[in-house]
Unconditional design. Structure first.
Length: 99
């Protein structure tokens, strides 16, 4: 199983809130990063924080890796910038047909 668990603090950045990921997803999961949007590559992931599951992505910034958390998810998980949360994350293939 490729699911990874870790704790981290929610921080605010120039593109919104994120939690630092303590590993390189490419090295740990042996999966190449993919184009996410123009100018950004990373890994599409399924996350769980405080029992709330949501889709996100892990992106590199400042020689570290970050899982992005949008404002709606922050409200759902009941956590704010500065809070430490437990994160479960695993790679997700958005092109996989699950029907």
């Amino acid at each position: 199983m490729k699911r990874s668990r870790f704790s981290g603090k929610i921080v605010s950045g120039h593109k919104g809130a994120a939690v630092e990921v303590p590993f390189d997803p490419k090295a740990k999961w042996a999966i190449e990063p993919r184009a996410l949007w123009p100018g950004r590559r990373g890994h599409v992931v399924q996350c769980e924080i405080n029992g709330v599951k949501f889709g996100s992505c892990i992106v590199p910034r400042l020689r570290k890796f970050w899982v992005l958390i949008d404002g709606e998810v922050q409200t759902q998980i009941g956590a704010s910038v500065g809070d430490t949360v437990r994160v479960a994350v695993e790679p997700f293939d958005p092109d996989l047909d699950l029907k």
